[in-house]
Design a protein around this ligand. Sequence first.
Ligand code: SF4
Length: 319
Amino acid sequence: MNVRTLKKNFSHEEIAKLSEEILALKEEKNAVILAHYYQELEIQDVGDIVGDSLGLSQAARDVEDADFIVFAGVHFMAETAKILNPTKTVLIPNVNAGCPMASQCSPDIIQAAREKHGSDVPVVVYVNTTAETKAAADVTCTSSNAPIVVKNLGVKKVLFGPDRNLGLYVQKQLPDVEVIPVPEDGHCIVHKRFSVTAIEAIKEQYPDAVLIAHPECNEDVQDIADLVGSTSSLRRFGRETKAKVIIVATEKGLVDRLNKDNPEKKFILAKDTAICRNMKRINIENLKDSLLHEQHEIIIPKEINDKAEKAILRMFELT
Ligand code: SF4
């Protein structure tokens, strides 16, 4: 099934009507909508806070007065919101919005790596993991803070997962630390799609274009990028750069955001199939339904929640 068959298309009129209903329901239910940059623009536009994984984790932690947090993102993100703010009711509009990368690293894989490399080697996991996997780790990280988390652990060796490319990015910045991938080849199926060949073809057409890339991209793509950084840092670069044409190697939602926010520049998605179909399982209609029917609630067993929270709070302490 490709993204086109999953994605429901809405007319401008439908979007306007559903957006209005969402804004009214938000008031009525005293809810906050957190939306990831990889969401469609109409969803970002009704979000109270739009951000990347780190920004949204911090936002979720800081929600005080609202009764509901509705998370327009994939399942692990909504779980992170629940872990950090367990007394709130956290809803996800579509329970099937998973993340294939998060599915690649189970607690058993972490346990096996600990047994192989020794229990004194800390385990750092990307926030793109399930609550159970976070609970099995020592500390989490995001693409914004991965190098600083590993550096501040002050150790010579870490187990790092699930994204191998993010691990390589950390390894390059910290050559004195051995970064061991767990599992061996964890990856994001969307960011794996970018290739040097396709980027060079775009550069032939736009010789002055600069390239910005997310660290989930393959190493050869990172190597030719003018900037490798988290979703937020790519957004900042897009705003501040003097370049007029910017090739972007990350999910399409951010490219749409950049083009909307910076109309005087041209942002080109480095591969037109770089669309996360899981992110697109959230749409303006199921977002409204989630608010209306107060569905689908994220529930995490307390023991898992407490351990996962410890790993996330350690990340905040280290950064
Ligand atoms: S873009 Fe990649 S890492 Fe992010 S949710 Fe989609 S599959 Fe997971």
